[in-house]
Design a binder for this molecule. Structure first.
Ligand code: NI
Length: 177
């Protein structure tokens, strides 16, 4: 188990194509633990493998957000697939560990259902609303190389790039997804 450095945008590893997991091996379980440690260290509520430089289709969401269970292990979503989203949308500020200190208002469907494989190798589905729906979509985006800056115009994108360059060595202090 180890806290791994967070890959910060515009690092190209955040755009890398990710690979599916065939079976849950010790390597996959070790990746889960590193993601968990890193998410906790940086106080995120979700984290995706490319954010620690590993191009594998897996993300984690904090148990409180994913299932409402306090103190439970984060939920692993392996080879996730969003199988349904609602027609209604919500616009809300999003943060991301790969964009420290940056918040962007993003409009997304307010409900989302994801199908994924768990660490036990079994397929499961979770239907999310509100923060969970947003977290599912945000983390799933990471696995397809889509990032918060893809939702903003060129001017705002430039401002974000400048801000991140200025604060290259940051200490995270807020919950970010
Ligand atoms: Ni993110």
């Amino acid at each position: 188990m180890a806290v791994r450095p967070i890959v910060v945008w515009p690092d190209s590893r955040l755009r890398e194509e990710t690979k599916s997991v065939e079976t849950v091996t010790d390597e996959v379980r070790a990746l889960y633990k590193d993601l968990w440690d890193t998410m906790v260290a940086y106080q995120g509520i979700g984290i995706a493998s490319p954010q620690i430089g590993v191009p594998i289709k897996m993300f984690l969401i904090d148990a409180m957000v994913a299932t409402g269970e306090e103190g439970a292990d984060p939920v692993a979503f392996i080879n996730p697939e969003i199988i349904a989203t609602g027609n209604e949308t919500d616009k809300s500020d999003e943060g991301c560990l790969s964009f420290p200190g940056v918040y962007v208002p993003i409009e997304r469907p307010s409900t989302a259902t994801v199908r994924a494989m768990g660490l036990d190798g079994e397929t499961f589905e979770i239907a999310g609303t509100e923060l969970l729906a947003r977290a599912i979509q945000h983390e799933n985006d990471h696995l397809t190389g889509k990032l918060m800056v893809d939702f903003v115009g060129p001017l705002k994108k430039r401002m974000i790039k400048r801000k991140l360059a200025r604060e290259a060595d940051y200490e995270p202090d807020q919950a970010e997804i």
